[in-house]
Design a protein around this ligand. Structure first.
Ligand code: S3P
Length: 193
């Protein structure tokens, strides 16, 4: 099983993802870095030479393959959910965690950015607000939402690990059967061989 981090640019997916992977001994994959390595050029080059639609195809083809990984933390690009079907593709790969940063924090972190093609041209605050408004309904469909505002990275990491474990335990629990960890002879519960 994998943990898949989604969220807006500048919300800390890569840093948090690396920290989680170190803490629980999982591998780490960043979809943007993977695409850059596979193609031998930067995301900005792909956008300027082939266009965003081409990048989304590459991203989606990688999303399709992520379920081949096991015990990985996967940090995704901020626009991955804008392609229809990608939420399901990510869900097939693992528990989808939305790293929800506050708009002011995002804006502050992206102010010095020079690499992200979606932020080029126009007013940064307007771009961030527009994209956030478009994407929030998509991010909000994630399995788990973790707010990051005012929290130290270790706390965010700990919260994600704990909530993902709870989510998996709930997903495994079959209605009418005792939850994982319940005593086998608890009243009213039948025990299976
Ligand atoms: C994008 C986010 C970027 C990268 C690309 C497009 C987006 O990833 O995939 O520049 O549309 O939000 P980060 O979220 O890691 O910056």
């Amino acid at each position: 099983m994998n943990l898949v981090l989604v969220g807006f640019m500048g919300s800390g997916k890569t840093v948090v993802g690396r920290n989680i992977s170190r803490r629980i001994g999982y591998g780490f994959l960043d979809t943007d870095h993977f695409i850059e390595k596979e193609l031998g050029c930067t995301i900005a080059d792909i956008f300027s030479e082939k266009g965003e639609a081409h990048f989304r195809k590459l991203e989606t083809s990688l999303a399709e393959r992520l379920d081949q990984l096991d015990n990985y933390v996967i940090a995704t690009g901020g626009g991955i959910l804008t392609t229809p079907g990608n939420l399901d593709r990510l869900r097939r790969a693992g528990v989808v965690v939305f790293l929800k940063a506050d708009p002011e924090g995002i804006y502050a972190r992206l102010q010095r950015d020079t690499k992200r093609p979606k932020l080029r041209g126009g007013d940064l605050r307007e771009t961030v607000e527009r994209l956030l408004a478009e994407r929030m309904p998509l991010y909000d469909q994630s399995d788990i939402v973790v707010e990051t505002k005012g929290k130290a990275i270790n706390r965010v990491v700990g919260e994600i690990i704990q909530r993902a474990a709870e989510f998996r335990a709930e997903a495994r629990a079959v209605p009418g059967e005792p939850p994982p960890g319940a005593p086998p002879d608890s009243p009213g519960q039948e025990t299976e061989p």
